[in-house]
Design a protein around this ligand. Structure first.
Ligand code: FES
Length: 159
């Protein structure tokens, strides 16, 4: 018998075993991937966002002629003689919370944007004014802010 033929005959079992293991591993990996994708499909992608309409407190909790910053909602609630109104505290540049200036308007601590008392841009880099949100009263007498109701700066809500 030729020595080469003898060597090939000896290698065949290990080659077969290698191909069997590689093929089996591929099938198992494919099955695991398919099962994983199927299980993942059963759990939909859901974003749990906070509600856009929420109570912020009783009207009497906001003193007359006050500006109240509500960090958890990222907005200001103003109580003036003309009524209540709410302005977003989120800077329209990159989203920092603006600070209400006791004298007038708002200032952004991040890049120095300035807004007037109505939230209009006085100096950039903020590209747009601060949005105003609708304000209502709940049946329980709470001030309710609706972030989806964008109103103009003449808006006031009388309680
Ligand atoms: Fe307000 Fe940049 S985030 S100026």
């Amino acid at each position: 018998m030729c020595p080469m033929r003898e060597q090939t005959a000896q290698e065949d079992p290990s080659r077969r075993r290698f191909l069997f293991l590689t093929g089996t591993a591929s099938i198992v990996a494919g099955a695991v991937g398919f099962l994983g994708a199927t299980v993942r499909y059963l759990f939909p992608n859901v974003l749990y966002e906070p509600p856009s309409r929420f109570p912020v407190g009783l009207a009497k909790d906001f003193p007359p002629d006050s500006a109240t910053f509500l960090a958890e909602h990222q907005l200001y609630v103003f109580n003036t003689r003309e009524g209540f109104y709410s302005i977003s505290s989120v800077c329209t540049h990159l989203g920092c919370n603006v600070q209400h200036l006791a004298g007038d308007g708002f200032s952004c601590p991040c890049h120095g944007s300035r807004f007037d008392r109505n939230g209009l841009v006085v100096s950039g880099p903020a590209p747009e004014p601060l949005p105003w949100f609708g304000v209502n009263l709940s049946a329980r007498g709470e001030i309710v802010v609706d972030k989806q109701q964008i109103v103009n700066p003449e808006y006031r809500f009388k309680v």
